[in-house]
Design a binder for this molecule. Sequence first.
Ligand SMILES: CC(=O)CC(=O)SCCNC(=O)CCNC(=O)[C@H](O)C(C)(C)COP(=O)(O)OP(=O)(O)OC[C@H]1O[C@@H](n2cnc3c(N)ncnc32)[C@H](O)[C@@H]1OP(=O)(O)O
Ligand SMILES: NC(=O)C1=CN([C@@H]2O[C@H](COP(=O)(O)OP(=O)(O)OC[C@H]3O[C@@H](n4cnc5c(N)ncnc54)[C@H](OP(=O)(O)O)[C@@H]3O)[C@@H](O)[C@H]2O)C=CC1
Length: 293
Amino acid sequence: MMIEINRVGVIGAGQMGTGIAQACATAGFAVRLNDRDGKRIDAAVSNIDTTLAKLVSKGKLAQTASHEARERIVPAPSFADLADCDLVIEAATEHEATKRQIFSTLCPSLRPDALVATNTSSISITRLAAATDRPERSIGVHFMNPVPVMQLVELIRGIATGEETYEAARMFVAKLGKTSTMSEDFPAFIVNRVLLPMINEAIYTLYEGVGSVTSIDNAMKLGANHPMGPLELADFIGLDTCLSIMQVLHEGLADSKYRPCPLLVKYVEAGWLGRKAKRGFYDYRGMEPFPTR
Ligand SMILES: CC(=O)CC(=O)SCCNC(=O)CCNC(=O)[C@H](O)C(C)(C)COP(=O)(O)OP(=O)(O)OC[C@H]1O[C@@H](n2cnc3c(N)ncnc32)[C@H](O)[C@@H]1OP(=O)(O)O
Ligand SMILES: NC(=O)C1=CN([C@@H]2O[C@H](COP(=O)(O)OP(=O)(O)OC[C@H]3O[C@@H](n4cnc5c(N)ncnc54)[C@H](OP(=O)(O)O)[C@@H]3O)[C@@H](O)[C@H]2O)C=CC1
């Protein structure tokens, strides 16, 4: 039987949860937005208001469509508020224990037939699904940042993921107007298996003094036609998330080539997490970002 998705719960109102909520609402899904901190939900909704207003002013979204999308997003401060969801997407911090804890406390609040997905960038879908009461109805649905703009969504099946669950996730991505790819449940899947070692190497290039932040980013933007330099992109993703992904690759594949650069570790220890903390490889506290090295 085909699983129909109409109501989507999103857990974690950070940059990805905000983008997922916006993309779902503009595609016609009812959205329940959860975070452990109510202020984060308010901030996410206010960011969505700003983005939708920009899209309307640029003539890319009709005023009525923007209004309807906004009406579809409802704050959901507790997991009980997700009880009527057909699909819940977890987009909390990239930390396995946090995600496992979310799934084990979330599931008793959900309908038995609801699907659960994780937006994890790297962590085993099989292990996360084992923390739910429904591994066959669990799947990795990995959006790219910024969600409303990026075309790809990686779908990752855990060992127990059912065919119906995979098909429902595929249809969901298609309804969002995005393209899905399938990847096996290996550390960091496809995109981050390739992208994060490149970013980590850029940080080693900085650490070893081969070039400055500006030189490295300009080299890759102008020399390899990347839309953002690797250090700018690391700040955009979040340096805590970059470090977590490298740690999953290093531990999961047991190969020293994935060793996180000590400079990345140092920035995270300093709380310089990139754009979201207003400081990373660039300092974002002034009018224009300027390099910190
Ligand atoms: C870590 C992981 O697990 C996986 C990942 O996500 S890895 C990261 C993947 N993402 C990337 O690699 C992003 C690389 N960067 C880029 O592609 C581009 O720099 C960018 C799309 C982010 C910004 O592009 P830009 O041209 O510099 O900025 P900007 O002009 O502001 O935005 C581009 C378009 O997106 C739209 N846009 C931006 N943010 C938006 C949002 N939140 N909602 C809707 N539209 C948005 C803008 O309206 C704009 O559209 P037009 O060009 O038609 O006017
Ligand atoms: N950033 C990126 O480019 C991409 C990230 N991802 C993945 O998406 C997920 C989220 O990343 P991102 O949005 O960047 O991270 P953010 O740090 O921006 O947001 C994470 C949010 O989750 C909240 N949170 C933490 N613990 C809980 C909890 N127990 N219950 C509910 N909410 C919680 C955080 O709250 P608080 O701040 O209070 O801890 C924060 O609001 C991660 O798994 C990441 O790997 C996937 C694709 C791209």
